[in-house]
Write a protein that binds this ligand. Structure first.
Ligand SMILES: [Fe+2]
Length: 307
């Protein structure tokens, strides 16, 4: 396949144990805007620099984790073509009606060998809270909380990662930007991109299917990472690690948890990827530096706590 018609990660639907505390976290701490609450209980939110109606969907449930992640594709023709190609690859593709999420067109859903469900869609309403386009100010309303610019990517844990990766590369046209090995020679870091970003989705092998490691929000710079860290201390948001920096992608980062135990990341920086960029590779003896560039060692929690 030459290139891709997948534009970006568009949304993620997360399960939370209790809606109100989750809202305090994502709206007041991370700084997302609450777009709507629907009669089925789901709450829709967006970051201030996103044009589309919503990017984060919260659903109250008995266990935390990710329901599914959505990728926006360039148009409805491309959407249909991806449906054909995924079926040809032997995957079951389910059609989700337009309006199942408010403001969104039809979606095609498939479950990857890793156990994760991914939805593709071409149409979603533009938000009335989106970035300005006429004589555009830097933002429409003052960014709040951690000042999240956009929902950026997810890192997912599961088995059959190679087969999953092949679907993203062969069928959806993603490219492998960066990989990393552990000291036993197992490939544990798999970063894939459909854009100029260092990664749009990442996979780590894990004995269980369909596990969620984190969803990430882009911040403007290292100063905003510091501001986010101040908010986490001020409001006792549980921190996993950071502020620090990744070797892989070079991003500045903090990992923390929502009140249900789902891990979030806020990050800034990282390199620009082009389709002709050579694959970046980390050997097992540099795993610590790969993940946490300053500490040069992993913390056990980062590797093992997933929802
Ligand atoms: Fe990340």
């Amino acid at each position: 396949m030459i290139g891709t018609n997948v534009l970006r990660p568009g949304f993620v639907q997360l399960r939370v144990l209790e809606l109100e505390s989750a809202l305090t976290h994502y709206r007041d701490r991370v700084g997302l805007t609450e777009v709507s609450r629907e009669t089925d209980g789901r709450v829709y939110l967006k970051a201030y620099d996103e044009f589309d109606r919503h990017s984060i969907v919260l659903r109250e449930a008995d266990a935390p984790g990710m329901d599914f992640m959505g990728f926006k594709v360039i148009n409805d023709v491309a959407l249909s073509e991806y449906g054909v190609a995924l079926r040809k690859r032997g995957l079951e593709v389910t059609e989700i009606d337009a309006g199942e999420q408010p403001g969104m067109g039809r979606r095609l859903a498939f479950v990857a060998p890793s156990g994760h469900r991914f939805d593709l869609y071409a149409d979603i309403e533009l938000s009335e809270y989106g970035p300005m386009v006429n004589n555009p100010d830097v933002w429409r309303e003052d960014p709040r909380g951690m000042r999240a610019i956009r929902f950026d990517h997810c890192l997912l844990y599961g088995d059959e990662i190679d087969a999953t990766k092949e679907i993203f590369i062969d069928v959806l046209g993603f490219r492998l930007s960066e990989i990393g090995y552990d000291p036993d020679g197992q490939k544990i870091i798999n970063f894939l991109t459909c854009s100029n970003k260092a990664h749009d989705i990442a996979f780590v092998p894990y004995p269980e299917k369909n596990k969620f490691h984190h969803c990430a929000f882009l911040l403007e710079d290292w100063k905003d990472i510091g501001h986010a860290a101040d908010l986490m201390s001020r409001y006792d948001v549980p921190v996993d690690i950071g502020p620090t920096r990744h070797g892989a992608t070079r991003g500045y980062t903090i990992y923390f948890f929502d009140p249900s135990g789902n891990r979030n990341e806020v990050f800034a920086g990282s390199y620009t990827y082009y389709p002709d960029s050579p694959l970046r590779t980390w050997t097992g003896d540099e795993l610590g530096k790969n993940i946490f560039y300053y500490e040069k060692e992993l913390n056990e929690r980062f590797l093992t706590v997933v929802t």
